[in-house]
Design a protein around this ligand. Structure first.
Ligand code: BJW
Length: 228
């Protein structure tokens, strides 16, 4: 096997679980009786914008109560020290990677502290609650929505992610169930292009069998062990 120069890391909700943010599909994964698959759709936003905005307002508020954990910090150290190419692709919409200091980071499912204009497509930093009907400062339409990739919408940065996967020597997936595409397919893509693959997760995921190596345990233990 050739030397590792280019690393792609994929992270999911399990990485932030030990910071106190609920995962989607484990215990506590329901929100007021709604499945994430029912709230995070363009149809839900059109039919019940108050419900969807409230869900994201609550999640945005929760960010003030949590801090990056040892796994976010270990990945930020990797980012600071790794001399080769690195891309941390996160499905998480929290800001714990950047608060830990990660820079080579891509939020493929959007970000809680960002708003998106459904009329002109401008993305902008946003703190505090975001009531339905807020005017866009760029085009003036009353169309600001949470900057979140809903089911059926195209995740951000797919060209950059696919290029990084094609170039990767090592693909590492951390704290994700492998239930949601296209992220769930990244391991196959990376392996197809010749990368070594490693999964770090509490439990076996839907795609565990695609990985060459898997380690089971909490991210706050496994990630620092892997990085150091
Ligand atoms: C720990 C731990 C600890 C716990 N330490 N580990 C039929 C077949 C195939 C695909 C489709 C289909 N029908 C529709 C689709 C496509 C659809 C999809 O995949 N649906 C599935 C439900 C089947 N996908 C889409 O629509 C996406 N867009 C799309 O496909 O566009 C077209 C396209 C085509 C071709 C190329 C590119 C694009 C968009 C998906 C948007 C997902 N959005 C959400 C919500 C927004 C973000 C938010 O509100 O926060 O993103 S859904 C939700 O799931 C969220 C997450 O990012 C995502 C993944 O969840 P994650 O992170 O894996 O969390 P969990 O809870 O599932 O798992 C946690 C894991 O951690 C578990 O395994 C635990 O064991 C572990 N864990 N504690 C380590 N301490």
């Amino acid at each position: 096997m050739h030397a590792i120069r280019t690393i792609v890391v994929l992270t999911g909700a399990g990485l932030s679980a030990e910071s106190g943010l609920a995962t989607f599909r484990g215990p506590g994964g329901l929100w007021e009786g709604h499945r994430v698959e029912d709230v995070c759709t363009p149809e839900a936003l059109a039919q019940d914008p108050t419900l969807v905005h409230r869900f994201y307002d609550m999640r945005r508020e929760a960010l003030d109560t949590v801090r990056p954990n040892a796994a976010h910090q270990a990945l930020a150290r990797l980012d600071a020290r790794w001399p080769g190419e690195l891309l941390i692709v996160t499905q998480n919409v929290d800001d714990l990677h950047e608060r830990a200091g990660a820079q080579r980071l891509l939020h493929m499912h959007g970000a809680l502290r960002s708003a998106l204009c459904a009329a002109c497509g401008t993305r902008m930093p946003h703190a505090g609650s975001l009531p339905p009907g807020t005017d866009c400062p760029s085009c003036g339409a009353a169309a600001l929505r949470p900057d979140i990739v809903f089911f059926g919408e195209m995740p951000y940065g797919m060209d950059r992610i696919e290029a990084a996967l094609a170039d990767a020597d090592l693909f590492v997936s951390i704290g994700t169930s492998g239930a949601v595409y296209p992220a769930a397919g990244f391991v196959q893509m990376a392996a197809h292009f010749g990368a070594a693959t490693l999964e770090l997760n509490l439990e076996p995921s839907s795609g565990s069998h695609w990985f060459e190596k898997s380690r089971r345990g909490p991210a706050t233990r496994l990630v620092p062990e892997w990085v150091e």
